[in-house]
Design a protein around this ligand. Structure first.
Ligand code: NCD
Ligand code: ZN
Length: 337
């Protein structure tokens, strides 16, 4: 049995860092253990200009506290023209498309995802090799939203064969099946969707800290996600979707969607991969696959985990903010060295 695990340059390819005081609280919690992260643009207002992308990147760098962490910023999808995209291309890692109103701060998203209407922007992105990250849900029945989005993924994959499309935080076996059908479809998978189903969220007492979008699904969905993550299928990457909301916005009537996993992600991934005898595949899932999908080389950073119990804090507090992590107060089997 392993007692020590070394990972080179772990990457989190879907992360919410927020802004201002919350950014200051949470940025170091990812920067400590990861070499880089793809940062979501759903601020208020969203990141849509070169100035706002660069300014946000600077605020993240000011807050991160660990110099060996690189934030890869993204733009919030709108219709953008070729010249604008050409100008900003080297400053962003991708563009994130949200259906309007589907999740936190997505009101300015796309009302109808129609390949023809979006063609000028998507063709420019293809040509300039800017990846398109998508939150793939319709506004249908909550358990069917991702399944209903499959035809949209298929239409985009077929219409724009040279566009690199990342299906963000996939939660269903239908989405997993798309990976082998279209060369240009890739996916991120969160930690929590590898661990929980809807039963854990709402099957007993309601668990607000496990409530997120997309909602955790059925056992067969979780099993399909686990299979491709554990085998480190080359088209899947770890993207925590760690999405901090202050405690009072989670433990209330009208709970905000998002699970905060940043500080426990690597430790719990180690436990999960070890339990399934797949520790050797973890580096591919949390680093190498992302490097080949996005074609970049991260900063060199060696993270060592040791097989030693650690207790997850009940809450993280600072700068007048607070956030409750997944597994608050519980014991994990792996710790940071
Ligand atoms: C995210 C957030 O809070 O920004 N929430 C979530 O439940 N995952 C947005 C998102 O990724 O959908
Ligand atoms: Zn997200």
């Amino acid at each position: 049995m392993s007692t020590e695990l070394t990972l080179q340059s772990p990457l989190d390819m879907h992360l919410h860092l927020r802004d201002e005081e919350m950014l200051k609280l949470v940025a170091p919690l990812t920067a400590q253990t990861f070499a880089g992260a793809l940062i979501m643009p759903n601020l208020v207002p969203p990141v849509t200009t070169k100035e706002s992308a660069l300014a946000y990147k600077q605020r993240i760098n000011d807050a991160k506290k660990y110099s060996d962490f690189e934030p890869y910023v993204t733009l919030f999808f709108q219709e953008y023209n070729y010249d604008f995209l050409k100008e900003i291309k080297d400053d962003i890692i991708g563009i994130k498309l949200y259906p309007a109103g589907i999740t936190t701060n997505s009101e300015g998203g796309v009302a109808a995802i129609d390949a023809e209407a979006l063609r000028p922007t998507l063709e420019a992105m293809s040509e300039l090799k800017i990846p398109l990250c998508i939150h793939g849900e319709t506004n249908g029945f909550v358990m069917d939203r991702e399944k209903e989005f499959v035809p949209v993924y298929e239409a985009l994959a077929k219409e724009f064969p040279n566009l690199k499309i990342i299906m963000e935080h996939i939660t269903t076996k239908d989405s997993v099946e798309l990976l082998d059908k279209y060369d240009n479809l890739h996916a991120t998978i969160t930690l929590h969707h590898l661990l929980i189903t809807l039963d854990d969220v709402a099957g007993g007492m309601l668990q607000p800290h496990l409530f997120c979008k997309p909602i955790a699904k059925r056992y067969e969905d979780r099993d399909a996600l686990l299979k491709v993550a554990l085998e480190a299928h080359p088209k899947v990457m770890f993207g925590s979707d760690s999405a901090p909301h202050p405690k009072h916005k989670k433990e209330c009537c009208g709970c905000a969607a998002g699970v905060f996993t940043a500080p426990i992600a690597l430790q719990v991934l180690a436990e999960l991969f070890e339990e399934h005898g797949k520790l050797d595949n973890l580096e591919k899932f949390v680093s190498l696959n992302a490097q080949s999908v996005y074609e970049f080389t991260p900063v060199e950073k060696t993270i060592t985990l040791i097989k030693q119990d650690c207790i997850v804090p009940e809450i993280y507090e600072g700068f007048g903010e607070n956030v409750v992590p997944m597994y608050a107060g519980e014991t994990l089997k792996w710790s940071l060295s």
